[in-house]
Ligand binder design. Structure first.
Ligand code: GSH
Length: 199
């Protein structure tokens, strides 16, 4: 199997950490791609031209990160990272959705900042910052409601918080959130997340 990824992508980190949690990392060749150059092998795996994308050995390709994580969870070893049924399943999937939404906003703000000044959209960016602040406020409650200690919801939220800190240290999400900080630190020490920390 081949995983197309880029080092700063929080979505790719979620997938790479999930592969490690499920004992599948050894079966996956990880290929770094420069999405801006639309490399042909990435486009063949994902017409959207985004990472992560996973090419399976039988030629099937999978995207985006929730789909790849669901496949890894079904295929790999060990306990399920998303409960198969019941209310806990939807708490975990909702936490993943919150994490993905945080990633979307934080990645969007990163892209906005890279534009030439006269191409930026300050009103849109201000709305994104407000949405991001609200979503960050919701994270501690979301973590408390999660079942278990290392579901896909936990992994996704840790990857999202790490990305916010990596690209937007000015947001300072740790300030006033000592319990969330302690939770984040303990999760970030898991080998799956430690090995995939953004560079
Ligand atoms: N919903 C997608 C989002 C993937 C995504 O936006 N990836 C970014 C990297 S962080 C990307 O490949 N961007 C390249 C582009 O949009 O040209 C997922 O969960 O995988």
């Amino acid at each position: 199997m081949k995983l197309y990824w880029s080092p700063a992508s929080p979505y790719a980190r979620k997938v790479r950490a999930t592969a490690r949690e499920k004992g599948l990392a050894g079966r996956i060749e990880e290929k770094i791609v420069e999405t801006a150059q639309d490399p042909a092998d990435l486009i063949a795996a994902n017409p959207l031209g985004k990472v992560p994308a996973l090419a399976l050995d039988d030629g099937t390709t999978l995207f985006d990160s929730p789909v790849i994580c669901a496949w890894l969870d079904a295929e790999g070893d060990g306990p399920a990272l998303v409960p198969a049924a019941g209310p806990d399943r939807f708490l975990v999937l909702r936490a993943e959705a919150l994490a993905d939404g945080i990633m979307d906003l934080a990645v969007g703000l990163t892209m906005e900042r890279r534009k030439p000044e006269d191409e930026r959209a300050p009103t849109t960016a201000a709305r994104w910052r407000g949405q991001l602040a609200r979503a960050l406020d919701a994270v501690p409650g979301e973590v408390q409601r999660l079942p278990g200690a290392a579901t896909l919801g936990h992994i996704a939220l840790a990857a999202a918080l790490a990305y916010v800190e990596f690209r937007h240290p000015d947001i300072g999400w740790r300030a006033g959130r000592p319990e969330l900080t302690a939770w984040f630190e303990s999760l970030a020490a898991r080998p799956s997340l430690a090995e995939t920390a953004p560079q």
